[in-house]
Write a protein that binds this ligand. Sequence first.
Ligand SMILES: Cc1cc2nc3c(=O)[nH]c(=O)nc-3n(C[C@H](O)[C@H](O)[C@H](O)COP(=O)(O)O)c2cc1C
Length: 173
Amino acid sequence: MIELLPTKTIQHFVPSEQTQRSLRDAFGRFATGVTVVTVGTDEGPIAITANSFASVSMEPPLVLWSPQKSSKRSQYFVTAEHFAIHVLAADQDDLCWRVAKDMHALSGLDLVENSEGVPLIDGCLARFECRQHAVHDGGDHDIIVGRVLRAAFVEEGDGLGFFKGKMNRIVTQ
Ligand SMILES: Cc1cc2nc3c(=O)[nH]c(=O)nc-3n(C[C@H](O)[C@H](O)[C@H](O)COP(=O)(O)O)c2cc1C
């Protein structure tokens, strides 16, 4: 038999300006990993922490993520022909917060660049070097679809998770 959740704890609402907190909380019940997306610019590396990453297609290999339109850094990503998405490991929470606070957080670090000039971060669980495939309107976000040109991953290591607005460690059983 399927057990129903106790109805007392369920919060029903219609999304509106008054219920934005509830919508954010409901979205936050979907556990995600955490990524850092990088682009190379005349000003040096620009980065953003993003949990909106999703794999999309195997053939062709496509992924997506969503920068908020009002973000100071979104234009760098919307206009970039190439970018890289780094899936963070559990011990990279410091990197996650530093990049979330400062788009120039990677400046001054000795980062390798790929052949398209995109800065690459080491020590991640997986990395997807992408060429922009499409940009779609997604309300107050843009949806950037990338074609994966090169990918890498490591076998070992726990993941950095984001759930109910908090970071946590994702482990395998
Ligand atoms: C765990 C986490 C996930 C985030 N995911 C996204 C995201 O998917 N898209 C986005 O635009 N910003 C996301 N952010 C916010 C940005 O990393 C960054 O804090 C924001 O762009 C700062 O605003 P600014 O660009 O105007 O300085 C996330 C932040 C955190 C901590």
